[in-house]
Design a protein. Structure first.
Length: 263
């Protein structure tokens, strides 16, 4: 089958980074619902957990897009490699406080607290989403703990959500783990969820449902252990390899060949 008949997208099975074009499996849909619960009920601190490649960062981006559709101030920060002053400055700048380039920590803390108080009076939800928290420096963890106690009133509409790898959550420390109001975990995809995702993605690229067999999808899910990023990666390699060989269909044996070459 020629390439033109496939209507092959430039990047097949690429990650969707918008709320409108995001594929949410059961685990992702439930995680989004629980995160919404935290914000709607003005809970101060939540924890989003998942294996590497489970889609935590993408889910935070989608959640942030959903929140921005309403009257909320939302900020996503990846704390990996950040120093304390950089973190505080990014929080202040991200919430449009226009901090001076060389603002000190005392000034930044005061500005952030003033913002939270002002937003409480104006009933504006303030949401801070922190990604890669298992990579955070100790001083960042301490700062997040302090943030969680600013304007600590029942009617304060300030929520923080920390995303971290399940197996490394202990790096956040007992204090932050104990302060978390709710832990949300993204479970691996089932074969059914993966099949829905792959068929949906292939249809987006102009493929028929018969292009990838059910047994091929089952093998992909088994090899990838249900992790969305691995599923997408292996399926993408299979599509590219099939294109190179002018194959009309991807079956389980072809997936096995691709996996063997990848290994």
């Amino acid at each position: 089958m020629p390439r033109s008949a496939w209507k092959l997208p430039e990047t097949p099975l690429h990650a969707r980074r918008s709320a409108e074009r995001y594929f949410a499996g059961v685990a992702q849909a439930e995680a989004l619902a629980r995160l919404q619960f935290l914000v709607h009920n003005h809970r101060r601190l939540g924890l989003l957990l998942g294996a590497r490649g489970s889609g935590k960062s993408l889910l935070l981006d989608v959640f942030a897009q959903q929140l921005r559709d309403s009257r909320r101030q939302v900020l996503v920060i990846n704390v990996n490699g950040m120093a304390l002053d950089e973190f505080l400055w990014n929080v202040a700048a991200g919430f449009a406080l226009n901090p001076p380039a060389h603002a000190g920590s005392r000034e930044l803390w005061r500005d952030v607290e003033d913002l939270l108080v002002a937003n409480r009076y104006q009933r504006i939800d303030t949401v801070l989403l922190l990604d890669d928290m298992e990579e955070a420096e100790t001083e960042i963890l301490t700062a997040v703990s302090r943030l969680a106690q600013l304007d600590n009133r029942n009617d304060s509409p300030f929520t923080m959500i920390m995303a971290a790898e399940t197996g490394r959550r202990n790096l956040l420390g007992e204090r932050l783990l104990d302060m978390s109001d709710l832990r949300v975990e993204i479970e691996p995809w089932s074969t059914s969820e993966a099949q829905q995702f792959l068929l949906w993605s292939l249809a987006e690229g102009g493929y028929s449902q018969a292009f990838m067999t059910t047994r091929a999808i089952e093998r992909i899910v088994t090899q990838a252990q249900g992790i969305p990023r691995r599923i997408r990666h292996l399926a993408q390699l299979a599509v590219i390899a099939a294109e190179g060989q002018d194959l009309a269909q991807i079956d389980e044996h072809f997936v096995g060949t691709v996996q063997a070459e990848l290994a």
